[in-house]
Design a protein around this ligand. Sequence first.
Ligand code: GAP
Length: 478
Amino acid sequence: MAYNSDTFQSLISHAKEYGYIFQSSEIYDGLAAVYDYGQNGAQLKKNIRDAWWKSMTQLNDNIVGIDASIFMHPTTWKASGHVDSFSDPMIDNKDSKKRYRVDHLIEAFAENLSAEEGAALIHQMEQLLAADDLKGIKQLIDDNKIKCSVSGTANWTDVRQFNLMFSTELGSVADEASTIYLRPETAQGIFVNFLNVQKTGRMKIPFGIAQTGKAFRNEIVARQFIFRMREFEQMEMQYFIRPGSQKEWYDFWKAERLRWHKDVMGFPVGRLQFHDHVKLAHYADAAVDVEFHFPFGWKELEGIHSRTDYDLSRHQEFSKKKLQYFDTEINQNYVPYVIETSVGLDRLVLATLSNAYAEEKWQKEDGSEDSRVVLKIPANLAPTKLAVLPLTKKDGLPEIARDIVNNCKGSFQCFYEEKDSIGKRYRRMDAIGTPFAVTVDHQTKEDGTVTIRYRDSMQQERIAMQEVKAKIMDAILA
Ligand code: GAP
């Protein structure tokens, strides 16, 4: 369906109304850029996480998963370069005191220019950012007379770099306490465990280590719901390779991750594209984003980075412990190179909801109009797979329906409901995104069949009660 800012707002309201996503600590008016997942959101997120984990660790013989801590030794972040380089250029408006990321400020301004002028401005900005030319960026903002949306003035400070890491104190005695950071990426937990995993798992290069978990960044946020959060979840995989083979593995993982977004997440080809980085992060020799067409435009979903031996070499240098691999095939010791795939779980949830949300209207046989709001979430990811609905609360129908639930609930999430008309119950299941609903009626008692209704087509057919479980299992494993 065509998107505009109204439909995006409707999607956000829908996500709240149907138990997907709530503002964090809402009763205290919320906390900016922090969100909680409700009963359906948490299950959707888990299903996506499980699908990623399975693709990485179960379907690849040479990739294993770990679960490292959020807190790490503070030297980790010096070695990784985050203490010195993990920052965004920001500018403050002196009148409104509002702080902006300069790229967000310029991008918002460019949207109101002609396509050609906008593209030229963005190109100029990217060149200046790539050269770390903060004075040039300030000049660009001044030359274009870009104004603050709150104060309406162009009274700006200089452009400055702000580190994005959250810090806190470890230890209870003030003078013994040391500053530690909430991890801004999960990747470093993998790097520092590289030898532990390689040795204990007797892994041979090439091999991968995968991990999912929370990361924290003190982001200056644009209003894009769960797109840019201060606390979010990453799913990262570091693939350790022989130096010199990075181009081959970079291309391999680019193609593989695009395939995953299409085949496992069910995203249409037209909503996915690659975007090469102009400015490379301090650790990378090549980098590309997989972008998704969100309701607010093309934005990064996943990063694929060729990180060379930067991280392992730096940890080797700072820890003074060897982080090398002896390659028996070529009889050589080396620090492996790394290709990283790094995807945001929350962004996958948002992409899934954006792709699934539809407001549909149609004409009924009697000429009147009908409508529904539906989440067409792929069956493998939907939080609830099956709704079981007895037509009435009497005549033994609830008992039969409960039997179906009991037979299925060990294999997948089911939902039982007997309140309201069948039509209303179908609409509620459409809104939650439940792909299948079976109705138990009086005929069920006679011949053991039920009506199965398909969410996307709204088609119905009668099938034997015994077939229900296998049919759903086939759909969710397809
Ligand atoms: N280890 C590499 C790394 O962290 P990144 O491009 O900074 O690379 C990877 O982040 C992915 O993490 C992004 O593509 C995005 O999906 C997700 N991500 C990053 N910052 C985020 C934020 N503030 N909120 C939600 N997701 C975020």
